[in-house]
Design a protein around this ligand. Structure first.
Ligand code: SAM
Ligand code: SF4
Length: 306
């Protein structure tokens, strides 16, 4: 076998915006699920890479970037599906390679979190896996079913509690406009999503993250096909802001000291918003009201992206 000198990537790769400065290491390729809106599963045959090959990439990264890497993200769309033993071994190896490593992160489908026992999740946390990015998308079960998410609101509650129980930080994403232009679906989506977030609120003041993206309809996805056939009608920017406002209005945490970092500043969003829930609820609603009455400040369609 010839020896490699560059880190292996299977393009295109996706990572959370907050991992922009992290070392990215390909652990899996593609995704085992087929959510209707997502491009992560397209053009890639699903694969979990060989442990030794991934270790080799970590060694190459050390030569290339030096030993002081602080954050690492294991690609791809659902690296949590990796058997625990391998994920623990690679996380430990990363910690050993980069002595200043503060955290390792992964994308994780809720089902793959639930499948792991508390003791397996604790092993991962103790090895250095400190943040999991989970795509909730909605708390409305009928919508989750309609987009082929293979997860329910109850799954999200279980997954969130399991992560929090072992001190793996939760970063959950929702998608505005996911149900299309139907306002009845939108109301359920907003209310059930807020109810889900209220239910997973921790009792302490640890940091946890909730982000909203706005639906993009990339070619190749099932939702794109449905749109082309006239079966899915996209929600407009104003109704998207109203949907988000309905969500924020319903936030009512049992713990008023909660430290929920709220972000809606992804490239897909029409109006950048950030704050802490529930503390900044009123100012977030004021920002949304401003956007609703000043549509000229909203991000134009051609500047939106994933
Ligand atoms: C690469 S996925 C990984 C999530 C993880 N596999 C899961 O399902 O829990 C990251 C997130 O990007 C968001 N996303 C993906 N495609 C999108 C689209 N077409 N429009 C808006 N957001 C999208 C979803 O919130 C998704 O959960
Ligand atoms: S949203 Fe997550 S689980 Fe669904 S296809 Fe994309 S990467 Fe896979």
């Amino acid at each position: 076998m010839t020896s490699r000198e560059s880190i292996y990537y299977c393009q295109p790769i996706f990572r959370p915006p907050s991992e922009a400065n992290s070392l990215l290491i390909q652990l899996t390729e593609g995704c085992t699920y087929r959510c209707d809106f997502c491009v992560s599963n397209l053009r890639k045959e699903f694969k979990i890479r060989n442990v030794e090959e991934v270790k080799k990439d970590l060694d190459i990264a050390k030569k290339k970037y030096g030993p002081h890497v602080k954050k690492l993200f294991f690609l791809d769309g659902n690296a949590m599906v990796t058997p625990t033993q391998e994920l623990v071994e690679l996380t430990k190896y990363a910690k050993h390679t980069f002595s200043k490593l503060e955290r390792v992160g992964v994308y994780a489908h809720a089902r793959d979190i639930i499948k792991k026992t508390d003791s397996q999740l604790r092993d991962l946390s103790e090895a250095g896996l400190k943040i999991a990015y989970v795509g909730f998308e909605s708390g409305y079960d009928l919508l989750l079913q309609a987009i082929n998410k293979h997860a329910t609101k109850e799954d999200y509650i279980k997954a969130a509690k399991k992560l929090m129980g072992v001190n793996i930080t939760l970063s959950a994403t929702f998608i505005n406009g996911l149900g299309g232009s139907d306002l009845e679906i939108s109301n359920h989506h907003a209310r059930e999503s807020a109810d889900l977030v209220n239910k997973i609120c921790p009792k302490d003041d640890r940091k946890w993250y909730i982000a909203f993206l706005s639906l993009m309809i990339p070619p190749g996805t099932v939702i794109y096909e449905r749109k082309t056939k006239g079966e899915f009608h996209e929600m407009n920017s104003i109704d998207i802001l109203k949907e988000l406002k309905n969500f924020i209005k319903e936030i009512n945490f049992p713990n008023k000291e909660a430290n929920c970092i709220f972000r809606c500043n992804h490239a897909s969003n029409y109006l950048p918003i950030k704050g802490i829930l529930e503390r900044d609820k009123e100012s977030i609603i004021s920002t949304l009201n401003y956007g609703l009455t000043h549509s000229e400040i909203l991000r134009p369609e051609y500047y939106r992206g994933l």
